[in-house]
Design a binder for this molecule. Sequence first.
Ligand code: SF4
Length: 165
Amino acid sequence: MKKSLWLFHFGGASCNNCDIEILACLNPRFDVERFGMLLVGSPRHADVILVNGSINKKGKERLVEVYHQAAKPCLVVAIGACGCTGGIFAEGDTFAGPVDNIIPVDAYIPGCPPKPEAILAGLAKLVEAKFGKKKIPSPDHTKKIDENEIVENEIVTNEKVTLKK
Ligand code: SF4
């Protein structure tokens, strides 16, 4: 990895538990900054967009806008069951996701909510896959994730979209 990754947090419509766990990654206990990662306030400064919560019709426009504002290449990580699939909100009338139907997603960190350790492990795995020796293929936008197949807190990247138990 040649540079530190700066993170932008996009919170969709959610119960906010995933937001709390993402913010916990920033505190001294989990300390995401030890990996050189820093939360930034503008997508224009971001290398990675963290998306949690379900994306509704209003949020969809904002998500696309944020994605276009980020300098490319930009990685996108879907966090939590809602971020990965829409979770419990997927059946709602206003649901407009999942995220990977709107913008390309590079990694999925399932869980409801995923623990900070799982989020950090997912980010570390993504960094290794993207910037380490291992190469991963581009996101497969045709692949649909079956929420029933997601194992809670299992870290999954597009390197192997194996969400089977
Ligand atoms: S995945 Fe679970 S904890 Fe996270 S926003 Fe959705 S309902 Fe809340």
